[in-house]
Structures are given as structure tokens and as C-alpha cells.
Design a binder for this molecule. Structure first.
Ligand SMILES: [Zn+2]
Ligand SMILES: [Zn+2]
Length: 155
């Protein structure tokens, strides 16, 4: 999906929730979509300044990210405390639960949908030993397709 299309759909999604994708919110989302990486609020403030010519304080970027996350437009990776743009504009109302594959070599992130029944099965296995799954979001350490090739395949 082209970044302009993603931004237009995101604006519509905000409107349908009675919220507004203001110019600043749009710029932050554009930065995250265009970088195609997981970024912290600080990384993203730098990216917006260097690549988009927008000066925003990291604290404002952080607040905007929280807003975008509340609408399902971005996801927060808990283990890395970084954000990625939703691969489907928004996972709001989807039947699958978004999960994240994180390349341990180059840091690239891929969002995939995993069925609710799979996550329920996992949750039951956790409950069996008396623990409770506190977060349905899985963040899996992986090697991306490029890095697998570079490293000559997985041993
Ligand atoms: Zn998503
Ligand atoms: Zn990689």
C-alpha cells in the first residue's frame, strides 16, 4: 500500500471514530509509515526532522503515538518500547490478533495476524501452570528473509 493511501485511510478511520488526524498527527504517522521500521518516540522525532522537515518534541511525538495507538493505527512493541505503523492501516475490529516478528539481526519488523483460537490455546497452556497471559501480543525473535540469506541459512 502506498503511504499516501495509508494516510488517507487513516484520516477516514479517525473521522469514523469522531477524531481528527491533525497535521501533526499525520506527520508522525507518515514518518512511521515511511521509515518502515520500529522506532521510539526519539527516533521518530529525529526521522521527522531529518526526512520530513518537521520539528516536533519527542514528548509531543509520544503523545501523538499514544493517540494513534488508541485508534489501532500504530502498535507498540513492548519488549523494545518502539512503535510500528499497523500493516493494515488499522487492526481495529479484525478477527485476528496482531503479532510481531522482529529480526534479531537488522531489527526489521513484520506484523502478522494470528487467529484468536491459537492465542486462546496458548493462553490455556499458560493457565495450566498457574500463570496468566498478561498480554496477547506476541513479539517473536526471528531472522528476516534478507538476513537468513546473508547468514547462509539457518543452522
Ligand atoms: Zn495492525
Ligand atoms: Zn533482518
Amino acid at each position: 500500500m502506498k503511504s499516501e493511501t495509508i494516510l488517507e485511510q487513516a484520516a477516514l478511520h479517525c473521522e469514523s471514530r469522531g477524531r481528527k488526524l491533525t497535521a501533526k498527527r499525520r506527520q508522525v504517522l507518515a514518518g512511521l509509515v515511511k521509515s518502515q521500521k520500529a522506532l521510539s518516540a526519539y527516533d521518530l522525532a529525529d526521522y521527522c526532522r531529518d526526512k520530513l522537515g518537521t520539528s516536533l518534541l519527542p514528548t509531543s511525538v509520544y503523545r501523538i503515538l499514544e493517540f494513534l495507538e488508541s485508534l489501532g493505527l500504530v502498535h507498540r512493541l513492548n519488549t523494545a518500547n518502539k512503535y510500528v505503523a499497523c500493516a493494515h492501516v488499522t487492526c481495529d475490529g479484525a478477527n485476528e490478533i496482531p503479532q510481531f516478528l522482529i529480526c534479531q539481526s537488522c531489527g526489521s519488523v513484520k506484523e502478522i495476524g494470528i487467529t484468536k483460537s491459537f492465542v486462546q490455546g496458548l493462553s490455556q497452556a499458560v493457565e495450566k501452570v498457574g500463570f496468566h497471559l498478561a498480554n496477547n501480543q506476541l513479539e517473536l525473535e526471528c531472522l528476516c528473509a534478507d538476513c537468513v540469506v546473508q547468514q547462509g541459512g539457518v543452522q
